[in-house]
Design a protein around this ligand. Sequence first.
Ligand SMILES: *Cc1c(COP(=O)(O)O)cnc(C)c1O
Length: 227
Amino acid sequence: MSTLASALQCVRERIDRAASAAGRDASEIRLLAVSKAWPATCLRQAWQAGQRAFGESYAQEGVQKIGQLSDLPIEWHFIGPVQSNKTRILAENFAWIHSIDREKIAERLSAARPPHLPPLDVCLQVNVSGDASKSGVAPEHASALAGTVVALPRLRLRGLMVIPRHERDHAAQRHWFRIARDLKDRIVAEGIALDTLSMGMSDDLEAAVLEGATIVRIGTAIFGPRP
Ligand SMILES: *Cc1c(COP(=O)(O)O)cnc(C)c1O
């Protein structure tokens, strides 16, 4: 087995173990391979090892790889900050956007989604740990933003995405993910159907799965430290 294939296998086993510890079915949790900074050849190897969904953080870099790998039916997710001058290329090229943090961006993505494609699956990025350095809508404004996004014709609101402050301690990691889960439950209780919690990275995927993650976004543990 190649190094990449065995790293992928290891990550899948971590997800399986965390799911059973949480009493969850591992099939509820999707693995998104975060491939930013890695060349298309690495993604192709991951595809050969069975990986089907990839996450990119920079519009130009992502679109370039989408072109290079157009022979593979990859599901492309955009997970980086969305600049308003990039909404068109994102809406034309990606299946998912995890990082909507304001109305204007959502409106532009909806308007730019080409008619021949299905609605764009989207998550709201929420700044659960309130760090000034992190993007994302403040938790207290998430429900209003959800109300706007759910009404846009060419977007399909799926859930919330979070990147909490880095914590080494497992209980502290779970704390931020639990805030995300509670917020999602609150928005659902207000009548907006959400099925996605995009949370958990290489260092904290177990805590995220225990708190209900449905998509984990893993880079380093699959591809190694970014070049
Ligand atoms: C880079 C990145 C990841 C992956 O982080 P790793 O620690 O390498 O697993 C996940 N989510 C987002 C939004 C990222 O930018």
